[in-house]
Design a protein around this ligand. Structure first.
Ligand code: PEP
Ligand code: MN
Length: 348
C-alpha cells in the first residue's frame, strides 16, 4: 500500500496537480494531504483547515485516488465525514492523548471509514495499541498503524529515531494490524527517505506513506523531507521488495538455516558471558557493600565506554551499537549492585 502526497494542502492547484502526478506514476494507492497541521511552535503554517477539504475532493476527482487526511478531534472527523474523505489518520501528537483518541473514536462510531494510527511521539507501544483498540472498539474494522519514528534527544542522522523494535513489538502484540512506514517523518531530509523506505521493505512492512510536493523546497511545512512526484516514482521503482517466502534453491536455503543456527549459537554465548559478567558484578557489589563504597563511579563508567568504543572502532563495528549495548549492561549491573548494598544494609 503506497500512500503519498504533500505534508499540507496549501492551495487547490498544488493539491490537485500533486494528486494527478502521483496517479500518473501508477503505483500510488492513496493520496494524503494534511489540512489541520499540528505544529510544535505557533506561528508556523497551521494548515488551511476545513476550507481545504474541497481541494482534496477535487484532487480525488482529477486523479481517481482515494483521499486521506489527518484528524485530531471530533470536529475534524465530522468535517471529513461531511466532505466525504475516504480515510483518516490520527497523528503522532494525538495518539499520545487517550482523551483525544477516545473523542475521535466516538465521532467515528457507526461509520466504516479506514483509519490509520500513527505511533505516539514518545516510544510507548502501549499508547499506540491503546489508540488502535479505542478505534477498533468504535466499530472500525479497517485499521492500520503508521510507524513514523519517535522523538529522541539525539536522533542523528534522522529527524525521528526509528526504534524499529517497537514496530516489531506492535506486530507481535497486534498481528492483525498492517503497519505502514512513514520514511519521510523518520528521515526528516529527502536524501535519507529512500534508505529508510528500503529498510522498511526489507523488514516486511505492509506499505509506505511518503510526503511529496511539486516544489519541495517551497513547501509551507516539512520542506526538507518532501520529494517531487518524479523522485517518488524513481524511488518506488528502485526499491527492492523482499518476500516472506524466499524464492531460493534448497542449497541457498541451507545457507540461511546454517547462518541462523550460527547466530543462535553466538547469541547463546552472549547470554552465557552476561551471566559470567553478572557474577563478577555481584561479587564486587558485595565487596562495595562491605567497604561502604558507592556503587556508581563516574570514571569507571567513562572507562567502560571509552575502552569498548575504541575496541569497536578498531573492529569496524558501529560505535552506537557498543555504546547502547554497554549502557544497558551497565544499567543492569548497577541495579544488581544497588540491590546487593540494600540487602547488606538490611542484614545489619
Ligand atoms: C504528517 O503526516 O504530516 C504529520 C503531521 O505526521 P506526524 O503526526 O507523524 O508528525
Ligand atoms: Mn509532515
Amino acid at each position: 500500500m503506497i500512500i503519498a502526497g504533500p505534508c499540507s494542502a496549501e492551495s487547490e492547484k498544488q493539491t490537485v496537480e500533486t494528486a494527478q502526478k502521483l496517479a500518473a506514476l501508477g503505483s500510488v494507492d492513496a493520496f494524503r494531504a494534511g489540512v489541520w497541521k499540528p505544529r510544535t511552535r505557533p506561528g508556523s503554517f497551521e494548515g488551511v483547515g476545513a476550507n481545504a477539504l474541497p481541494w482534496l475532493i477535487a484532487a480525488r476527482e482529477a486523479s481517481g485516488l482515494p483521499i486521506v487526511t489527518e484528524v485530531a478531534n471530533a470536529k475534524h472527523v465530522e468535517a471529513c465525514l461531511k466532505a466525504g474523505v475516504d480515510a483518516v489518520w490520527i497523528g503522532a501528537r494525538t495518539t499520545v492523548n487517550p482523551f483525544y483518541v477516545q473523542e475521535i473514536a466516538d465521532a467515528l462510531r457507526g461509520v466504516s471509514l479506514p483509519v490509520l494510527v500513527k505511533n505516539p511521539i514518545h516510544p510507548d507501544v502501549g499508547l499506540w495499541i491503546g489508540a488502535l483498540e479505542r478505534i477498533e472498539k468504535a466499530g472500525i474494522s479497517q485499521l492500520s498503524a503508521v510507524h513514523r519514528g519517535f522523538f529522541a534527544y539525539r536522533s542523528e542522522p534522522f529527524r525521528n529515531e526509528p526504534k524499529w523494535e517497537l514496530a516489531f513489538e506492535l506486530r507481535n502484540r497486534a498481528p492483525h494490524v498492517p503497519i505502514v512506514c512513514d520514511p519521510s517523518h523518520i528521515a526528516g531530509q529527502r536524501d535519507l527517505v529512500q534508505q529508510v523506505a528500503q529498510f522498511a521493505m526489507d523488514m516486511q512492512f505492509d506499505g509506505l506513506m511518503v510526503e511529496v510536493h511539486p516544489s519541495p523546497e517551497r513547501a509551507k511545512s516539512d520542506a526538507d523531507q518532501q520529494m517531487t512526484p518524479s523522485a517518488l516514482g524513481k524511488m518506488l521503482s528502485s526499491l527492492r521488495l523482499g518476500s516472506q517466502e524466499p524464492h531460493v534453491s534448497a542449497e541457498e536455503n541451507e545457507f540461511l538455516i546454517n547462518g541462523r543456527t550460527l547466530l543462535d549459537v553466538l547469541d547463546s554465548e552472549i547470554v552465557e558471558i552476561l551471566k559470567k559478567r553478572m557474577a563478577v558484578v555481584d561479587a564486587l557489589g558485595e565487596w562495595k557493600a562491605q567497604k561502604n563504597i558507592s556503587v556508581f563511579q563516574l570514571d569507571r563508567f567513562n572507562h567502560i565506554f571509552k575502552e569498548r568504543g575504541a575496541q569497536a572502532a578498531a573492529l569496524d563495528l558501529n560505535p552506537a551499537l557498543i555504546t547502547e549495548l554497554f549502557q544497558v549492561v551497565h544499567k543492569y549491573s548497577v541495579d544488581r549492585q544497588i540491590k546487593a548494598v540494600n540487602d547488606h544494609r538490611k542484614s545489619k
